[in-house]
Design a protein. Structure first.
Length: 136
């Protein structure tokens, strides 16, 4: 969060980049909350419409596995949201870097092993947020 008492010390470009980074981090967190919901609570109802490459008869027997994956996506979202709530500038920066890197690595692994779409849905938005963090 930007400290209002320090706004006059920062250049406008720094404020814009910080805000842009926070918005993209929020978007990445929202994506992971949605994935968590799909995998934990809507695996047999909504998920078959989203994950069209998975045969429909596999959703019921893989419900527990999907819920476990969803839990991990929830942890990623929680970490990203936590990074937005930290007041200490350095601590916030490093926590955001850690969780964004986790998302990027998970997305790369998912793209290599499951679907290339994961690269675009998870890794690239996290990479954009990571770049914006370093431009501020």
């Amino acid at each position: 969060m930007i400290n209002p008492n320090l706004l006059y010390l920062q250049l406008p470009n720094q404020i814009i980049m910080q805000l842009a980074a926070e918005i993209v981090i929020g978007i990445v967190a929202a994506i992971h909350i949605y994935i968590m919901w799909l995998e934990m609570f809507a695996w047999t109802t909504r998920a078959p419409k989203v994950f069209k490459t998975i045969p429909k008869d596999l959703f019921v027997p893989t419900k527990t596995l999907a819920a476990n994956q969803g839990l991990y996506n929830g942890f990623l979202a929680a970490g990203l949201i936590w990074s937005l709530c930290i007041e200490d500038h350095h601590w916030r920066f490093y926590v955001a870097i850690f969780f964004l890197t986790c998302v990027i690595v998970a997305g790369l692994y998912g793209a290599a092993t499951a679907s290339k779409k994961i690269l675009y849905v998870q890794s690239i938005p996290a990479l954009v947020a990571l770049i914006l963090l370093h431009l501020r």
